[in-house]
Every structure is written in C-alpha cells, then in structure tokens.
Design a protein around this ligand. Structure first.
Ligand SMILES: Cc1ncc(COP(=O)(O)O)c(C=O)c1O
Length: 396
C-alpha cells in the first residue's frame, strides 16, 4: 500500500486554537480590534520589545520598516541575495534600490558582513539582516557597522520568532530599528497571512500604527466604541491591518510556540545526526547553532549542483516533498541588472540548496523515510549501490 507523502510542512491545529477562531467569528467583530491588540501585546512581551504592531503580512512589516528608516527614492538598502524576494521588493515599494550582498557560503546562508561593509556607499540608507531558516545572521557585526556608518539596521525575522544570536542575548527581531515577522502559513508561528513589526522606538511604532490603516487618526474599532467621532487622514497610508480571525489564531498559538520550536530542534538534531556523513551532502550551520535557532526549515546543501534536480525527482517519486530556499534574487528576471557583479557564493547556494520536510509533529518514521530516500537517491546518482539495511552509501 502506498504511504501518504511526507509534505515539506504541515499544520495541525488544536481544539483550543480552532475554538479561539470560532469565538472571534461569533463575536461579530471581524476586522482589527481587541484580539489583534491582545496578540500584539503578548508577542511584544514574549519578544522583549517595547512595541509590536500587528500587520497583514511580513512584507507589509518590511515595507513599513523601510519607510520608518526614511528609505525613499534614490536610496539604497543592502540585502542578502539569498532570501525571499519580499526582503528586496519592499525596498522597491519605497522607490529605492536593493543592493545585493553575497552570503557567507555553503556553511552559513546569512549575509556576509565583510561584503556588506564593502558595499556601503553615499546612497546607502539601511542594511537588512535576514535570519535564514531561523539561524541568527551576523547581527552584532552589522549593528556595529550600522552604528559606525549612521545606517538603519532592519531585521527580516520572518523565519526567526523566539530565536537568539548564537552568543545569546536579546531575541532576534529586537536588535535594529525594526524587526519584521511573518505569520504566513508555513512559518514557525503561522496563521495563513499575517505579519508584525517589532520596535523599541516610539516614533517607529507610531508611524507603523498610523500607516497600517491609511494614516487615519482613528480606527473603526475606536469609532465603534464611541471613542472617536470621526477621523482625519494625515499621510499616505495603506491597508496593512491584521483581522480578528487571524489574530485569534495567533493569540491561541503563541503559548505553544516554545514547545513547537523545541520539537523542531529535536528533529533537526536527529536529521543532523543521520545525515552528517552522507556522501554528496553537507549541512549548513553547526550543531550548537540549533540550540538558538527557531528551526524554521531543515536546510541541506548538495555537493554537486547537477545532482539536485534529479535528486528532487527521486525524492518526489518516493513521496518526499522538498524545496529550494532560495533562488538568488539578483538572478530573477525582474531583478537582473547589466552591471550586477557576480555573487559567487549566493549563486552556488541557489544551485545546491535543498530543504527537507520539517514540522513539529513530523514522525520519526517519516523522518527516517526522508533520510533513506536522500541516501538512496544520492547513492543512485553517484552510481553507488546502497547495501540493504545500511544507513550509509558505500563507496564503490
Ligand atoms: C525571509 C522572508 N522575508 C519576508 C517574507 C514575507 O512574509 P509574508 O509572506 O508574510 O509577506 C517571507 C515569507 O514569506 C520570508 O521568508
């Protein structure tokens, strides 16, 4: 009998979580209101941030973070080439130009601080650190550089709720002018579509709160409660509001976040144990980094870029879904520039990265199945026969 496939990610909601959404539905108030405020306050406390502004998406959070940093036409923002395109597209929403920095390499998919330093120029306004996969980027080094050069530090913390730098210290997303979080379905804390901007800066929080709702001086919930008779519009804002259904789901899921991350870490340690000596594959980051990561995904790197597509096909045939995090942004049609210098480490990562299934309730038997399929696939593509029952490919 065919077994069901092992998906890349999976969501399993508890009764309390669906009940929270049902209560929001029954409350009769669906747009941004008290549940949104409650979730934002709980998230701020969890994070140790002064302010958390709940938003419709992580992309909206990045956009508002860049606007708060004063990014506008003619400015440049340095971002890593290996990240989801939103990190860069939100720069373009402001009329500014994303400048792509290389990543560290096959062992670390974070932005390379030395390359960032070399890219800073007169038009640079901000630098964005993405905490790839939940693993801290070089936040201390980039924070020092930004201080020295008078630049805004923005954190794309879409992958990293409740993660810390490897050296410990404040949670990721609280190190710069603003941290942008995503609650997209497949994220560590997911609700479908949602986001949040965290900041310790009162002015940034005020601006984000205003711009998320068309820069109106009062919201519908305030007017509904009779707290404000009307409103003025004091700027060019957006509709970046989170609604009550999603906020209710997030509010109910937040207390389980640490347990989810602990389950993810345990699975990542198990993956690393089983995959560490597989020929043709390497694992980015170090074992000890897992302890500080939110373990959003299980990243691996194939040694031979030519093997990745056939390996993914073999895995698919055995019911194992995989993904690539990420293609390099400067190689997308909409981002290609004639004078773009090569970014060799990002380009290699974009051709060799392979992301394996990971979610808190991934069973050990499904995980074993993923590992066996990877081992068999790599052995087959290398022309090596794997001994039945052996966990590792045997070199010819
Ligand atoms: C690194 C990164 N930045 C930004 C985003 C954008 O978040 P959202 O999909 O919530 O707009 C995502 C997620 O999709 C992401 O992975």
């Amino acid at each position: 009998m065919d077994r069901p496939p092992v998906p890349l990610f999976d969501i399993r909601l508890s009764g309390a979580e669906t009940a929270s959404v049902e209560a929001a539905l029954r409350s009769g108030w669906l747009t941004m209101g008290p549940r949104t405020d409650r979730f934002a306050a709980a998230f701020a406390q969890h994070l140790g941030a002064r302010h958390a502004v709940a938003l419709s998406t992580g992309t909206a959070a990045l956009h508002l973070a860049y606007l708060a940093a004063g990014v506008g036409p003619g400015d440049e923002v340095i971002v890593p080439a290996i990240t989801f395109v939103a990190t860069a597209s939100a720069v373009r929403y402001c009329g500014a130009t994303p400048v792509f920095a290389d990543v560290v390499g096959q062992d670390d998919l974070g932005i390379d601080p030395a390359h960032v330093a070399a890219l800073v120029g007169p038009r640079t306004k901000a630098v964005t650190v993405v905490h790839y996969g939940g693993y801290a980027g070089p936040i201390e080094k980039i924070a020092a550089l930004c201080d020295e050069r008078g630049l805004a530090l923005i954190e794309d913390a879409a992958h990293s709720p409740s993660a810390n730098p490897t050296s410990g210290g404040a949670k990721l997303g609280t190190w710069g002018l603003a941290g942008a979080f995503s609650f997209f379905s497949n994220k560590v804390l997911g609700c479908g579509e949602g986001g949040l901007l965290a900041t310790d800066d009162d002015d940034v929080a005020r601006l984000a709160r205003s711009l998320r709702s068309h820069a109106m001086t009062s919201g519908t919930w305030d007017r509904h409660r009779g707290h404000a008779p009307g409103y003025d519009v004091v700027g060019l804002g957006y509709n970046y509001r989170l609604d009550e259904l999603r906020a209710a789901l997030l509010d109910a899921r937040l207390p389980g976040l640490e347990a989810d991350i602990a389950a993810r870490r345990a699975l990542v340690r198990r993956y690393r144990e089983m995959l560490r000596d597989v020929p043709g594959l390497t694992l980015p980051y170090r074992d000890e980094d897992v302890d500080h990561s939110s373990c959003y995904v299980m990243p691996t790197m194939v040694a031979d870029a030519g093997v990745r597509a056939p390996l993914r096909a073999l895995l698919r045939a055995r019911g194992v879904q995989t993904s690539v995090l990420y293609p390099a942004i400067h190689e997308f049609s909409a981002y290609r520039r004639p004078r773009q210098p090569p970014l060799p480490r990002s380009e290699r990562a974009a051709r060799t990265q392979l992301t394996l299934p990971l979610y808190p309730h991934l069973s050990h038997s499904d995980q074993d199945r993923v590992v066996a399929a990877v081992e068999d696939g790599l052995a087959q593509l290398a022309g090596v026969t794997r001994q039945p029952g052996a966990r590792q490919a045997v070199p010819a």
